[in-house]
Design a protein around this ligand. Structure first.
Ligand code: GLN
Length: 380
């Protein structure tokens, strides 16, 4: 039988590869992004309580209303945008599923999607699965700054969507108000949609503010914004997130979502709805993760790795050009097998696999693990 692959250049994701190697070698896993600590006990107990109360069957397709109402209130509080929970918020099976549905709902075969790279590795294959064409705009280390005039040059009559991500995985950079206004202006009078990946909205440091697309009315009109409970409540394995978009866009999004997963985890949704009453749990996240960032940076001070500024996410980039000129994937594998710490090669986030000799470490770990990783990396 002959199979014509839709994704001939895609193998297994780098997160699966590196986490697998870390497990195999018993290495400290700072590769795939996930916390090594548990979600709040109270939240876990709420899930169990809701299971006991019988919330074990399908939730409504767009998610349970009490959770959507809580989200609407939170977003209005934080970003000043009133939202209709009935028509603008859809609960998803995590951020990645939401991203896929955004792309599948709007990108027609032959449509172009502008990706600002380095970017999360699911964007491009999602575009290609539905027959779209990814048009990458590659940023340069170490500041990864976007030149919106350059981005504008990539727009053609076929451009259907542009993907942004702030705080940015993997770079740890942020989009600022000036970026959002430049983007708003660039897209004015076009039919181009924005996929705004904001899953790290609360992981933001040094007193910076999150420039959500929700804050910019003309931008929001054309945006589908993605969020993740996994990042906010330390439970990436619960696979729950949401998509916020104006009613017309949400309607199209739901057409695809309903046939992709139908609905997300029911007991988790009920538990999140209760737990969201406590605003401290997310308002405290900048302090909580900034401390981890600082502990990790300090633990790395005696190594030959050079830190790249991190203002958001739970990822810290390091330039290793002073240590080795081997390709970043080989270097990451060697870090894992020979030195006992796994990282992600940043070339995986570029379509052309460009190698700037930069690796990504995840610092969503307990302090002892971060310190131990720093010690192991001193030997490199
Ligand atoms: N978003 C996480 C990361 O970048 C992991 C997602 C995944 O494993 N697919 O590490």
């Amino acid at each position: 039988m002959q199979i014509e692959s839709k994704l001939p250049h895609v193998g297994t994701t780098i997160f699966t590869v590196m986490s697998g190697l870390a497990t195999q070698c018993g290495a400290i896993n700072l590769s795939q992004g996930f916390p090594n600590f548990n979600p709040d006990d109270r939240l876990q107990k709420l899930v169990y309580d809701h299971m006991q109360r019988g919330h074990n069957q399908y939730s409504p397709m767009p998610g349970i209303l009490p959770l959507r109402e809580r989200i609407a209130a939170k977003m209005e509080d934080l970003y000043g945008r009133p939202l209709n929970p009935e028509t603008e918020i859809t609960i998803t099976a995590g951020g990645t599923q939401a991203i896929f549905c955004v792309i599948a709902a709007f990108v027609h075969p032959g449509d172009e999607v502008i990706l600002i790279e380095p970017c999360y590795d699911s964007y491009r294959p999602s575009v290609e699965t539905v027959g779209g064409k990814a048009v990458p705009y590659a940023l340069t280390a170490p500041d990864y700054k976007i030149d919106w005039t350059e981005v504008g040059r990539l727009i053609t009559p076929k451009t259907r969507m542009l993907c942004i991500n702030t705080p940015n995985n993997p770079t740890g950079t942020l989009l600022r108000e000036a970026d959002m206004l430049a983007l708003e202006k660039l897209l004015h009078n076009t039919n181009i949609l924005v996929m705004s990946d904001e899953v790290y909205e609360h992981l933001i440091y040094d007193g910076e503010q999150h420039a959500s697309a929700l804050r910019y009315p003309a931008l929001y009109e054309r945006s589908l914004c993605i969020y993740s409970f996994g990042k906010t409540y330390h439970n990436t394995g619960w696979k729950t997130g949401y998509c916020i978009a104006p009613p017309e866009l949400s309607k199209e999004f739901r057409k695809v979502h309903q046939f992709n997963v139908f609905s997300a985890n029911h007991p988790m949704q009920a538990a999140f709805a209760d737990f969201m009453e406590d605003k401290e749990a997310y308002l405290d996240l900048p302090r909580f993760y900034q401390r981890k960032r600082d502990v990790f940076q300090k633990a790395m001070e005696n190594t030959r790795f050079k830190a790249i500024t991190c203002l958001g996410t739970y990822f810290q980039l390091y330039d290793y050009s002073a240590i080795s000129d081997e390709p970043d994937l080989d270097f990451c594998k060697r870090l894992t097998t020979e030195f006992g710490v796994a990282a992600i090669p940043v070339s995986s986030f570029f379509s052309d696999r460009r190698d700037d000799k930069v690796v990504r470490f995840c610092f969503a770990k307990s302090e002892d693990v971060l310190k131990q990783a720093g010690q192991l990396l001193e030997r490199v």
